[in-house]
Ligand binder design. Sequence first.
Ligand SMILES: CC(C)(COP(=O)(O)OP(=O)(O)OC[C@H]1O[C@@H](n2cnc3c(N)ncnc32)[C@H](O)[C@@H]1OP(=O)(O)O)[C@@H](O)C(=O)NCCC(=O)NCCS
Length: 203
Amino acid sequence: MTDEPGLERPYTFAEPIPTERLVLRPMRLADADAVHAYQSREDVCRYLLFEPRDRARVAERVTEYVAHDRLERTGDYVQIAVERRSDGRLLGDVYFQLKSVPNRTGEIGWTFHPDHHGQGYASEAARAVLGLAFRRLGLHRVVAELDPRNDASIRLCRRLGLREEAHFVRDLWFRGEWADTGVYAILDEEFARAGEAAPADPD
Ligand SMILES: CC(C)(COP(=O)(O)OP(=O)(O)OC[C@H]1O[C@@H](n2cnc3c(N)ncnc32)[C@H](O)[C@@H]1OP(=O)(O)O)[C@@H](O)C(=O)NCCC(=O)NCCS
């Protein structure tokens, strides 16, 4: 049930979201090979909370992603497949979780195949997901948590307009050592202001 006027919640992720070069669409079972191509890599998983996955584990996870298409309650998430329009290739995914319904907060995360880094695809996809979060779901705040050594992810946060809000020191036992956590965030009004300064979304 929607608890605020004008909000599209519960939201079922069924309709693809087009951007200039990409289509954001629900994950499919047939995506397992493409997801395995990046979730199996050491370099991709360096700062992720999971170790490189084999094909069977990826297939299990993709089955779970396919089943999670609804954002209604705290903790609900979608793992959004990011496909390139020009050739239909799956480039990576954007994770989005409804972190707190009462506080209207979401959490975003991203993983792209290294073959497709450095071309602005993650920025383009994540910006569309922030649009979904603020304009359609009516959220107030979106956060990203990351390993502060993950420079590419920090640059992506900044490009999107997320501010560094916290740096927790040695708060996470991560692969045999204590690691730090960085928290970045953007508010609805900040996203709206950034949108006014940027060209309009194609959709
Ligand atoms: C984090 C991650 C998604 C960032 O990917 P990315 O490709 O660097 O990010 P973008 O899509 O925003 O691309 C931006 C880069 O492309 C360049 N670029 C080229 N064409 C561009 C365009 N049309 N628009 C925007 N940027 C463009 C930018 O200059 C920028 O380069 P820079 O970072 O060297 O300054 C990627 O490194 C990744 O998947 N890492 C592994 C998983 C991971 O660690 N996830 C994060 C966990 S917190």
